[in-house]
Design a protein around this ligand. Structure first.
Ligand SMILES: Cc1cc2nc3c(=O)[nH]c(=O)nc-3n(C[C@H](O)[C@H](O)[C@H](O)COP(=O)(O)OP(=O)(O)OC[C@H]3O[C@@H](n4cnc5c(N)ncnc54)[C@H](O)[C@@H]3O)c2cc1C
Length: 509
């Protein structure tokens, strides 16, 4: 989708949040001629799509790939002149780590749901009893599971507990930091039930959705990392003269009762910093859900601001090691770890230098980049891994990586390490989430000139966020354009027959 052709010149807008959603929203508005100010509370832009330097290598500190089931991210990269930087991951695929050890993960479906039960890698993971139960999926009526609210419910009803525990849960909690029993089906896989109704089984539905991705991998990356996308968007915003303020933590929003302009109230600036007064006719909330509800709640009709569950804490530990035994990519591109495993605390491990050729080339011979993630969302209490100090987490990660690779990795192999912690970064999509976000967006219609974007309304992942942000902003711009035209027509009518403009304008807040 190309940027909007609708124009709103001379208008002003504020965007709160400098993640991909905020950067994209600012870009759409600036392309429409709006004078935009974007504020970001951290000192860097890109949100969950950022970079860090480990052992001299610039690597992704958050997202490292994008889903290819739609063209949205690829189109955006093309617009930004980055089409030739799109790369595919190593085709060796990922593995699962189960209580009895490591096994290649099946590659026939989505979210760990097997698309073909005859696939030897599925047979390898399920017991005979588990396989017999999974095969019931084909015999059950298509309506079985139609009332399931969570992904876990649906898989259990159609394929049984073993498929859920050994195939689906490791993949889903590795990617979404939540157990499938907590994840709302309508958010994580909105078309899955519809496909079962059409095709008669969960396996067929899963296989079909997998095939929706072009041949080859389900994800692509960018040479240099996904952080190149954030950087390119920021450069583009600077060219479009968007005012960007980092270190700006918006803690409240005011609305002028006469002009209806929005003004941001900033957390007390640090000593020596100047407080900035930011206001604009339009407001785009591109933060996490809890912040959006907190800031916009006071302006919304009672009951319409949703209560948003706090997001799971995630810690990513990146290890750069010298270990020739990893040259053969013993676990493909990485592993997802079953919750039933007692000997490893990580929920997932990416062998980045096996997955991406550019990482391998930049790392050099015998040097490897491995990233382990901690924080399943179901863990609680002070003993959670995410609460450990950085050096403790690095020690734990070395231990976990040794186990997962079955290759010795000690401090003597370590060339560099870094810990990145994410909070409020992955929305908690528990049952009712989709309804809540839809009601929130509906409620925003009561407020003139405001819209909300970001993963908490769009769904997690760059593909979902890119598509939703661009669609939402194009609709928003076209609505505001319509409102501006109506107001100009009213003014003209006033000039023509003396009717006061106010007679046409119903203040909405
Ligand atoms: C560790 C990790 C790995 C991931 N890996 C992948 C992947 O490989 N592929 C994929 O597709 N997706 C991945 N994702 C998900 C994907 O990165 C996100 O869905 C997407 O980037 C979300 O973008 P966003 O702009 O909605 O939110 P965010 O990136 O969270 O940005 C929101 C921004 O708002 C700012 N903000 C919040 N409150 C305020 C305030 N009051 N004032 C000012 N600013 C504020 C925040 O600081 C933040 O920068 C990953 C996510 C994480 C956390």
């Amino acid at each position: 989708m190309a940027p909007s052709r609708q124009r709103l010149p001379k208008e002003t807008a504020i965007v709160i949040g400098g993640g991909i959603a905020g950067l994209l929203a600012a870009r759409e508005l600036a392309t429409a001629g709006v004078k935009v100010t974007l504020v970001e509370k951290r000192d860097h832009l890109g949100g969950s799509v950022g970079a860090h330097r480990v052992a001299g290598l610039v690597l992704d500190s958050g997202a490292e790939a994008f889903a290819t089931r739609t063209q949205d991210v690829a189109n955006l990269l093309e617009e930004l002149g980055l089409a030739d930087k799109i790369v595919s991951p190593n085709s060796s695929g990922s593995w699962l780590y189960l209580p009895e050890g490591a096994a290649p993960a099946p590659r026939t479906g989505i979210l760990g749901i097997p698309g073909d039960l005859r696939d030897p890698s599925v047979k390898n993971i399920l017991t005979r009893k588990g396989m017999r139960r999974a095969k019931l999926d084909r015999l059950l009526p298509a309506s079985a599971g139609e009332n399931a609210k969570t992904l876990g419910d649906l898989v259990r009803v159609r394929m049984g507990q073993e498929v859920l525990d050994r195939l689906v849960a490791p993949v889903v909690s590795g990617v979404h930091s939540m157990h499938p029993n907590q994840l709302e089906l309508a958010t994580i896989a909105p078309t899955l039930k519809q496909k079962i109704a059409q095709l008669g089984s969960l396996a067929a539905a899963s296989a079909t959705l997998r095939q929706a991705s072009p041949a080859g991998a389900q994800v692509s990356g960018i040479e240099g990392g996904m952080n190149v996308l954030s950087e390119a968007l920021v450069d583009d915003l600077r060219r479009k003269r968007v005012r960007i303020l980092t270190g700006f933590d918006a803690i409240a929003i005011d609305r002028d009762p006469i002009t209806h302009d929005w003004t941001l109230i900033q957390r007390q600036p640090e000593a020596g910093e100047k407080a900035a007064a930011i206001s604009g006719k339009y407001l785009v909330m591109a933060s996490d859900g809890a912040t959006a509800a907190r800031l916009l709640g006071p302006h919304m009709p009672a009951g319409l601001a949703p209560s948003v569950a706090s997001s799971p804490e995630i810690a990513l530990v990146t290890l750069v090691v010298d270990q020739p035994a990893l040259n053969s990519n013993p676990r493909g591109t990485g592993l997802l770890v079953s919750e039933e495993v007692q000997t490893v605390r990580a929920k997932a491990m990416t062998h980045a230098s096996a997955k991406w050729a550019w990482v391998r080339e930049r790392a050099g011979e015998n040097r490897h980049v491995v990233r382990l993630s901690y924080g399943r969302g179901t863990d609680s209490g002070p003993l959670q891994e995410v609460n450990l100090y950085d050096d403790q987490l690095i020690t734990l990660a070395l231990h976990d990586a040794s186990k997962l690779f079955d290759v010795s990795l000690t401090k003597s192999h370590l060339v560099g390490a870094d810990v990145v912690r994410w909070s409020s970064a992955v929305p908690t999509a528990s049952p009712g989430h989709r309804e809540k976000t839809a009601a929130f967006r509906e409620g925003l219609k009561n407020l003139d000139g405001v819209t909300a974007v970001g993963a908490w309304v769009a769904g997690t992942g760059l593909a979902a966020v890119t598509r939703d942000t661009r669609e939402t902003l194009q609709t928003f711009i076209s609505q505001q354009r319509g409102a501006a035209e109506r107001s100009a027509a009213a003014e003209k009518a006033e000039l023509a027959d003396g009717t006061p403009v106010e007679a046409f304008e119903e203040p909405q807040n």
